[in-house]
Write a protein that binds this ligand. Structure first.
Ligand SMILES: [Zn+2]
Length: 95
């Protein structure tokens, strides 16, 4: 007999059913949303997301966390990405 899924959404109290289409969220340091994958359910730092609405909540809390961290610094620092390596930052040209 198969046990019912013990997984609960990390952003509301929904319990996962057999046929629900859920998502896995990995926040380290960027925001990555992945299709539900049995192999990664208990991996470190993984959160379980039941719906678009909860994914939006997760994105919003991640964004406020990142902007808090970067108040006195650049957003690149919050993502632990050296400025020079960020593709959108052009190196300063000195003459
Ligand atoms: Zn949820």
């Amino acid at each position: 007999m198969k046990l019912s899924s013990p997984y609960k959404c990390d952003y509301c109290d929904n319990m996962k059913g057999e046929t629900n289409h859920w998502w896995l969220l990995l926040v380290n340091p960027s925001f990555e949303l992945h299709p539900w994958d049995e192999n990664f359910l208990d991996a470190k730092g993984v959160e379980h997301i039941c719906s678009q609405a909860c994914a939006a909540k997760a994105l919003s809390s991640w964004m406020s966390l990142v902007s808090k961290r970067s108040e006195s610094d650049s957003p690149c620092a919050a993502l632990e990405l050296p400025r020079a390596e960020a593709p959108w930052v052009k190196p300063a040209v000195r003459s």
